[in-house]
Design a protein. Structure first.
Length: 260
C-alpha cells in the first residue's frame, strides 16, 4: 500500500487498478488528485504488480475485495470523506466490495470503463474448455489477450506499458472463472449496490470492456445520485488518453459537487 499525502486534505481517493497492471501506472492521476487537496491511497492487487504469489492468479475474487477493504480501512483513519475509484477490473472490484462490505465514510464512487462484460469473450468451445481446466488445473495460465495498442491512443504510455516488467500478460483458469462470476453477481443483484453518489466514465471506443454491459448495469441501479458519461473515440484507458485532462476535469467536478 502506498500513500500520496497533502498538507490540508479535504478527502481521500482510493484507487483500484485494472487487470495486468499495477498502482505505479496511476502516478499522474494521483498527482492530479493531490493538486486538488485530495490524498491518495493505492496498492497492487493480489497476483499483480509487486505482490507475492503466482502472477495473474487468485483462488477467490474475495482476495481482491479483502485487499481493497484494507485500503479503505486505512483511509477511514483520516476521518475524511472517502471516494472509491476503480478502473476496468478495478471498477468491478470496487463494485463487489461495496456490495459485500461496509461503506462507512465513503461519500462517492468513480468507475472508469468498469469490467462488467468483455468486448471479445471466449467462444463457447473455449469457454467450455476453460471450465474443465478450471476444475482439474485451476492455476493453469494462458495469454490474457489484452493488447496494449487497444488500451490507449497515447503512444508514449503504450510503449512504456510494453516495456513494463510488472505487466502481467497471462491469467489463470481460476482467475477467469472468478472474474466472470463477479461480473454475473454484479448484474444479478444491482439492489445490493449502496445508494452512494456514482459517476461512471466509459470509453466510447472500448476494445476491452463491453460498454453496453456497463450501460445496462448503470441503468439497473436505483440510486439517488448517479451520472454516466461516455467519451466518444476514447479508448479503454480514458485517464491515459490524449484527452485525459478533460476527463479529469469531469471527475474532479463530481468530487467538488459532493464536497462543497
Amino acid at each position: 500500500m502506498w500513500k500520496w499525502e497533502v498538507a490540508e486534505p479535504r478527502g481521500v481517493i482510493i484507487i483500484v487498478h485494472g487487470a495486468g497492471e499495477h498502482h505505479g501506472r496511476y502516478q499522474w492521476l494521483a498527482k492530479k488528485w493531490n493538486q486538488h487537496g485530495l490524498e491518495v491511497i493505492m496498492g497492487d492487487l493480489p497476483g499483480q504488480g509487486q505482490t507475492r504469489g503466482k502472477r495473474g492468479h487468485i483462488q477467490s475474487f474475495n482476495q481482491y475485495i479483502d485487499t481493497v477493504e484494507g485500503w479503505i480501512e486505512e483511509g477511514r483513519k483520516k476521518k475524511l470523506p472517502i471516494f472509491l475509484f476503480g478502473h476496468s477490473m478495478g471498477g468491478l472490484v470496487a463494485i463487489r466490495t461495496l456490495m459485500d462490505r461496509s461503506y462507512a465514510y465513503i461519500e462517492g464512487v468513480i468507475l472508469s470503463s468498469p469490467c462488467l462484460g468483455l468486448t471479445q469473450p471466449p467462444g463457447k468451445n473455449k469457454e467450455f474448455a476453460m471450465k474443465l481446466v478450471h476444475i482439474v488445473a485451476p492455476s493453469f495460465s494462458a495469454k490474457s489477450g489484452i493488447k496494449p495498442e487497444l488500451t490507449t491512443r497515447n503512444e508514449q504510455i503504450r510503449e512504456a506499458y510494453i516495456r513494463d516488467e510488472l505487466r502481467v500478460t497471462k491469467v489463470s483458469a481460476r482467475w477467469y472463472q472468478e472474474l466472470t462470476k463477479a461480473m454475473r453477481l454484479s448484474h444479478r443483484y444491482p439492489e445490493k449496490f449502496p445508494d452512494l453518489p456514482l459517476l461512471v466514465l466509459q470509453s466510447g471506443e472500448d476494445y476491452i470492456v463491453d460498454k453496453f454491459a456497463v450501460r445496462d448495469w448503470f441503468n439497473s441501479l436505483a440510486l439517488t445520485n448517479k451520472h454516466y458519461k461516455e467519451w466518444d473515440r476514447l479508448y479503454h484507458e480514458i485517464f491515459n488518453e490524449p484527452e485525459r485532462e478533460e476527463v479529469f476535469r469531469h471527475a474532479i467536478g463530481f468530487v467538488n459537487m459532493i464536497l462543497r
